[in-house]
Every structure is written in structure tokens, then in C-alpha cells.
Design a protein around this ligand. Sequence first.
Ligand code: A2R
Length: 315
Amino acid sequence: MKKVLIIGAAGFVGNHLIDYILNSRKDWQVTGTKMPNEKINKDIEVLDADITDIEQIRTVLKNVHPDYIFHLAALSSVAVAWKNPQLAIDINIKGSVNLLDALRELDYKPRVLMIGSGEEYGHIRENEVPVNEDNNTRPGNIYAVTKVTQNLISKVYCDAYKLDIMSTRSFNHTGPNQAPLFVVADFCKQVAEIEKGLKEPVISVGNLSAKRDFTDVRDVVRAYCLLMEKGTAGETYNVGSGKAVEIRSILDMILGESEKQIEVRVDPAKLRPVDVPIIEADISKLKNDTGWTPEIPLIQTIRETLDVWRNTQNA
Ligand code: A2R
């Protein structure tokens, strides 16, 4: 039996990770942490922990004594990090260092997967696409800086204290139940609202020309579990689909799923201060080390996400 701790389990990815583990890993016993104001309605042990408080992390590690730790707790939105850089630094950097310090004090070495972001690469040059893990990082926003820092500090702790830590650089992931802070969920929610007559038939959008690498969240959590089983300590792994798609074509796919005539309108508030034109992952390292490949096509992800919004009250 492996004891598994998911830190930040109440979020979008955490919920899918719990479902995937419960369905696929009968010998993993899961504990999830959440913030006191959150809820987790799953058949697992749940503890409250704020990662900005190292004492709370120490207590959780002592009580759970995990073999595997997935560190998902984060301020996860690029847009929110622009608005609140201090909070992004507190949660994503200081919170991660709290975890690392608490790990260093243990008398054994659990396996840890630190979740980073494809945003870390930032301003990718044309000849660097698809981007691999050895590429320079040139972060273009606050969120990306926090995740680059998390990656660098994790590597230093891994080497200096011989900890068993891996990091991901996870590219855009989406799917059912994602918060509408993120583009696919935002568009699907708006279309569902228009279909229900709750909103005029106008969809408000940001920068449609950006190209991003989207993976279904259920493929992403499968990759995380395989990394836990097969990944190499000290390494960073891209987790993505390997194919960048223009946001405009995602919008077209979503609009194509609806019977309604919908006008597209650019909302200047949705244009970010600095946007990166293309982000696409080279996923050969993840494939080679774990055998993982993405399985769920984007159109299926979009249909299922749209259906969840259609069945949600007030949307
Ligand atoms: O912000 P909340 O209350 O929804 O809670 C989020 C939680 N969180 C924290 N947990 C412990 N201590 C904190 N100080 C703290 N601040 C926030 O982390 C939420 O439950 C979880 C993150 O979930 P989401 O925002 O839904 O992110 P998602 O999409 O699940 O992404 C998970 C990871 C992150 O490292 C992202 O940067 C990466 O995947 O893409």
C-alpha cells in the first residue's frame, strides 16, 4: 500500500487526480489537503492545510507519512497573479519552500511531484518550437516567474539534500469543472449562458491569436501518476499535447457545438499586459520515460466541458 498525499486537492486538477487514482490505483491510499473554506466530496481522508504556514505542512507530513506527494496547491491563474503578485509569491514560491523545508526535516524521503507550468518558457523563439526541457526560461508574467522559481529551488533542494523530487512544466490543461478564469471554461460558460437566454448572444474574448498547447486534465493526471511511478528524481518533465492550437480555433470549435448565432466581441479587459504568441511542448522526455501519450481529443474535452456548463444552474 502506498500512502499518497495531494496538497491542494480541492482544486480543478486535484479533483480529477483523486478520481483517477481511486479508479486506477487500488493500492494507493489517498489523503488530500484543502483550504478551510473548501470542500472535497470524495471517498478519501481530507485535512485542512494552508501551505503558507509551515507548521501546518509539518503536521500533515507527520500525520500522513506519505510515500508520494503531489504538490498542486497554487495560485494557478496568470490573470490573477498579474493582479496580485504578492499573493502569487506567497503561495507559489514561499508555500513551495515551506513544503521543501518540511521535507528536508523528515527522516525519510517521499517522492514528490512539484507542478510547474509551460508558461515558464515564456518568450519562446520560432526556432525553439516545440520547446524542450533544456530550453532557456524567459518568463513573461508574474505567475511564470513564481513557477520558474519553484522549479529552481526544488532542484537545488533535490541536489543539496538528496530529496526525491521531480517537477513538471504542465502546459494548458482543461476539461469538465474548470473555473471560468481559464479560456476554454470561460468560452463554454458564456455559450451555455447564451443558450439558456441568460446572456445576450455576444461572446466576450481576449487575444484570439495566441497559440497554446491544450491537454485534457484527465490525460494530465494520468501523466502525473506515471511520473510518480516511473520518473527520475531531479528531472523536469513537460506535460502537454505536443501541438499548439490557436485560441481562435478553440473558439470556433466551441461555437460550432452550439445552434445559436453568436457574435464575437473583443473585451480589452481580457487582453493581458504581456502575452506570449506561441507555447508548444516537446513531450518526448515524458513519453520516453513513462510511455504516456495523450488520449482525449480536444473536441471531446470541449463537448464534455460545455455539457457540464449546460447542466449547471445559473449558466
Ligand atoms: O484558491 P483556493 O481556495 O481555491 O485553493 C486553491 C489551493 N490553494 C492553497 N492551498 C493551500 N494553501 C494555500 N495558501 C493555497 N492557496 C490556494 O490550491 C486550490 O484548491 C488549489 C489549486 O487549484 P486550482 O486553482 O483549481 O488550480 P489547478 O487548475 O487545479 O492547478 C493545480 C496545479 C497548480 O500548480 C497550477 O499552477 C498547475 O497545476 O497548473
